[in-house]
Write a protein that binds this ligand. Structure first.
Ligand SMILES: Cc1cc2nc3c(=O)[nH]c(=O)nc-3n(C[C@H](O)[C@H](O)[C@H](O)COP(=O)(O)OP(=O)(O)OC[C@H]3O[C@@H](n4cnc5c(N)ncnc54)[C@H](O)[C@@H]3O)c2cc1C
Length: 337
């Protein structure tokens, strides 16, 4: 095993939740590391943001880079391009955080902020052509397919939005959707009114077709008649929703039926020292400003936890803890130590 570097706190994920948590942790003087696949997470897909308080309009990427810069001014460190795949509690109560690339880190508190990722089609050829015609973000990648025939595989408002967006760029779009169109009436009417959209209700994708280097088509099935049909497209936009990929923390923290991490009002999970925030948690209304605010709560709770662990009284929480309103102060189950 590689020698483990030591930190006070580790944040998993550099979306707006992870970045906001890192800002507060590092500003409190804690040696903080953020480990993330990428910088920005869903902010990159959001394109233009017009509802972040105090900022009239910004791009998700700009917002992420601005917070990253702010974190760095307080000494926060980043490790990008790696994925956390294991978190264990050590005998002394600290955590060992391990990554796919074989790095190990030890810390006193962890903030889980690894968000949600797009739901995949789960069909043959999808992985092979990911990034070579298969995309999970029409807002980000749509312009790359300007002038090309494309398909949107989606449902609900997300699918309809993607179709409307692609209709500006593609001469022809197939909308492959497993049910009848549903979502806002206005959006449905707008999609139905477009001449360049072929609506394929009650159809499901079966196989991504390609020439070895790029997508050339999509095999779809008419769910009602069980008839398969090939459509010739150069781009496939998957807009089926988002899911929390919490497999690696299953058995460590308590999850709800949607595999979201259950937290209390101050970002604590059921495990002492493990905090969570943002879209990966069971908090409703998945929005950037909510992720940021929840992350600040989790970071302050983590700071307070570290202070208490170190025997320092009067940490941030103040009266809140004395009121006994924190649901679970102790882990709800043993971690097999
Ligand atoms: C198309 C779209 C438009 C949107 N528009 C708006 C809008 O206008 N206004 C608004 O407020 N909100 C909007 N949202 C919602 C908002 O973007 C999200 O609620 C918010 O960005 C979630 O932030 P997060 O940090 O919790 O998670 P995420 O943004 O999902 O970030 C998670 C981070 O963790 C990383 N990660 C994942 N797993 C691991 C792992 N195992 N190890 C290491 N790193 C990992 C990811 O790479 C990512 O960097 C939009 C979302 C989408 C998809």
């Amino acid at each position: 095993m590689n020698q483990a570097s030591e930190y006070d706190a580790i944040v998993v994920g550099a979306g707006i939740a992870g970045l906001s948590a890192a800002l507060y942790l590092s500003r409190q003087g804690l040696k903080t590391l953020v480990i993330s696949k990428d910088l920005g997470g869903q902010l990159l897909m959001a394109g233009t943001i017009e509802n972040y308080p105090g900022i009239k309009v910004t791009s998700g990427a700009e917002l992420a880079m601005a917070i990253e810069d702010q974190v760095k001014t307080f000494g926060g460190e980043f490790r990008y391009g790696d994925v956390v795949n294991k978190i264990e509690r050590l005998e002394d109560g600290r955590f060992m955080v391990s990554t796919e690339m074989g790095a190990n880190y030890i810390c006193e508190a962890v903030v889980l902020a690894f968000g949600k990722i797009p739901i995949k089609m789960g069909i043959e050829g999808e992985k092979e052509y990911d990034g070579r015609g298969v995309s999970y973000c029409s807002i980000c990648d749509g312009p790359l397919f300007k002038g090309k025939v494309t398909a949107v595989v989606g449902k609900g408002i997300q699918g309809l939005d993607a179709v409307l967006h692609m209709a500006e760029l593609s001469p022809k779009i197939y909308y492959v959707t497993p049910t009848k169109l549903f979502g806002e009436e206005e959006l449905i009417d707008a999609v139905k009114s477009l001449d360049n959209v072929v609506i394929m209700e009650y159809h499901r994708p079966v196989k991504v077709l390609g020439d070895g280097s790029k997508v050339t088509g999509l095999l779809v099935e008419d769910i009602k008649n069980k008839v398969e049909k090939e459509i010739q497209v150069e781009g496939i936009f998957v807009e089926l929703g988002y899911e929390a990929k919490t497999d690696f923390v299953k058995g460590l923290v308590e999850l709800n039926e949607k595999n979201e991490i259950i937290i209390n009002k101050i970002g604590e999970t059921n495990v002492e020292g493990l905090f969570a925030a943002g879209d990966v948690t069971d908090i409703p209304y998945k929005q950037a400003v909510i992720s940021a605010g929840e992350a600040v709560k989790a970071a302050l709770s983590a700071f307070s936890y570290i202070q208490r662990r170190r025997g320092r009284k009067g940490a941030v929480l103040g009266d809140w803890r004395k009121t006994g309103k924190v649901k679970k102060e102790k882990p709800a189950f043993k971690l097999g130590l």
